[in-house]
Design a binder for this molecule. Structure first.
Ligand SMILES: [Zn+2]
Length: 558
């Protein structure tokens, strides 16, 4: 027995090639194998780390094994009787494996060849060499890093990029939304970016979704209780800052809450879903209806009331209406706001022509808003509101003012922009007169009698000799000496001069004894006199941006 396990002889005798003890690696060789493999299993694509700290205490634990490429003892896998003991224990005959793969490699019937193991070893050592001085991550660490990375990239785009088209934000958003929805499939998530802020719009994806909303320190929130009542009764939006709420019972809300709490700017907004409806604004009289605008109206509904709000004519009219579900209380408020039209060209006001046409019926009618709710129509009428006749009269006067001004603006080569909203009674009268004259000459009559008198000057092609020679002139023209200049919504407008033509007039001429060269004239109209007023063709409408040149408006001619 002893002989069989004796030291081998250099001669390579047959007896030396049979049974011998295991030729295990020296401890120093094991350590070298481990180090050269980078303390990582050499099995293809295994890559597990083989040593680390024990959970408790100060020990280290290892799952690494130095395996023989050619077996350490006869009967082992890939045993080579030709090897010497030193060759069997040599670094070249070892490969570093994790425990799992060492069993596959060391099994007596292992199918892996010497060549295969040598290739693995070489690749593992190349890889470990490449990893020297590199960071090490586990798979889960890498996944977390990728997620974190994509979120930070998303936040950068969401918060800083002004141009959504220069980033793949749509795809990122979609992925982000989908990721959030996966946290809690009971909810749909839509992410909107508004003015550098990120809005998570969350709606229930199924019926009977329950969550716990924990609120605190609400007394510190100004106006909270009124807002809460409006939320329950009318479905109006209720906002609660991050410091005052916590939502429990959903990973989705946990994740969002965690993020918003980090930035300290999170606000939860609760509210019934806002739904869009089509609404119509018109004037109703006993003779008929005059449409003004069709617009979109939104409504929310709560336990007591349904509330509508919307704007018509590009924001000029603001509509707020509500009705109580018990049918007892209907409210309607229709406001107008010229600021909606500020800086617009007076000729390009949305829907103005229809408004001006309808305004003619304000005196005998009422403004009505009808909202199409399914197959029904909710009708709101200024009769059921505090809006009174004074409101209609004021609105009508303003619309007329604008309407006359538009007729003037049509004549101007420069646009008239609504820069200021100074309404002036004198300008109103002038605009009304110009609007009439622009529609055509105006013919009027008057009682026969004295018309005017004044110093006679040589004017308009007439002189004393022509009057003398032709007897009584058929026609007298009276023209403004100066054009009228006035402020029209923040710009200066100069109008053409107004001319009045009187036919069949009579006159008398006389002169003072001491001023014979300055005859005076008295004009009288007769029963046959016609009076025609018109704008002088040769004058044009002028718009000046600079209002500083404006003095007192000149009076119109009589
Ligand atoms: Zn392994």
């Amino acid at each position: 027995m002893n002989g069989a396990k004796s030291k081998k002889k250099k001669s390579g005798e047959a007896s030396d090639k049979v049974a011998h003890e295991r030729h295990d690696f020296l401890q120093s060789t094991v350590q070298r194998l481990r180090d050269r493999a980078g303390n990582v299993c050499s099995f293809p694509d295994c890559h597990v780390h083989t040593h680390g700290s024990a959970f408790t205490g100060d020990k280290a634990v290892g799952v690494g094994v130095a395996c023989h490429i050619k077996a350490a003892a006869p009967g082992g896998p890939r045993y080579d009787p030709e090897q010497t003991k030193d060759e069997r224990r040599h670094l070249d005959n070892g490969i570093w494996m994790c425990q799992t793969h060492s069993k596959l490699v060391d099994a007596d019937d292992s199918a892996f060849s010497v060549e295969a193991l040598r290739v693995w070893k070489q690749k593992a050592e190349e890889r470990s060499n490449g990893l020297i001085n590199q960071k090490s991550f586990t798979e889960s660490e890498v996944k977390a890093a990728v997620e974190e990375g994509s979120v930070s990239v998303l936040q950068r785009w969401v918060n800083r990029s002004d141009d959504p088209f220069d980033t793949p934000i749509a795809e990122m958003m979609k992925g982000y939304e989908t990721g959030l929805e996966k946290l809690d499939s009971r909810f749909n998530v839509q992410v909107d970016r508004v003015g550098g802020q990120c809005h998570h719009i969350i709606s229930a994806a199924q019926d009977n979704v329950s969550l716990q909303l924990i609120l605190r320190d609400l007394d510190q929130l100004e106006g909270f209780w009124e807002a809460e009542r409006a939320f329950f009764e009318e479905g109006r939006e209720l906002q609660i800052p991050g410091a005052h709420f916590k939502i429990e019972g959903s990973k989705l809300f946990d994740a969002i809450h965690q993020r918003t709490n980090q930035s300290g700017r999170g606000v939860v907004t609760m509210g019934a879903p806002k739904r869009a409806l089509t609404a119509n604004l018109y004037v109703r009289t006993s003779d008929g209806e005059w449409a003004i605008d069709t617009f979109t109206c939104h409504y929310t509904s709560g336990s007591l009331r349904t509330v509508f709000s919307g704007t018509a004519l590009g924001g000029f009219f603001g509509i707020k209406a509500s009705f109580a579900h018990d049918g007892l209380n209907t409210k309607f408020d229709l406001t107008f706001n010229l600021d909606a039209w500020r800086d617009q060209n007076i000729l390009e006001l949305p829907g103005f022509s229809r408004l001006a046409r309808a305004a003619r019926y304000f005196g005998k009618g009422r403004l009505v808003v009808e909202i199409e709710v399914g197959n029904n129509v909710a009708s709101f009428d200024t009769k059921s509101s505090p809006i009174n006749e004074e409101y209609h009269a004021q609105l009508r006067w303003m619309i007329e003012y604008l309407d006359f001004a538009r007729k003037v603006a049509e004549q101007c080569s420069e646009p008239v922009i609504l820069k200021t909203f100074d309404f002036d009674n004198e300008v109103y009268s002038a605009l009304r007169k110009y609007a009439r004259l622009l529609a055509g000459t105006v013919a009027t009559t008057r009682k026969a009698g004295w018309l005017c008198s004044g110093e006679f000057t040589y004017h308009e092609g007439y002189d004393l000799s022509s009057i003398d020679s032709s007897g009584v002139p058929q026609v007298i023209r009276l023209a403004q000496r100066d054009s009228m200049t006035f402020d029209l919504f923040g710009q200066v407008v100069t109008a053409p001069r107004v001319e009045t033509i009187y036919t069949e007039v009579e006159f008398t001429l006389h002169s003072d004894l001491d001023a014979r060269d300055k005859p005076k004239i008295n004009l009288y109209t007769t029963e046959k006199t016609t009076i025609t007023t018109l704008l002088r063709d040769e004058d044009s409408w002028i718009v000046l941006r600079d209002t500083s040149i404006l003095d007192e408006p000149l009076p119109l001619s009589s």
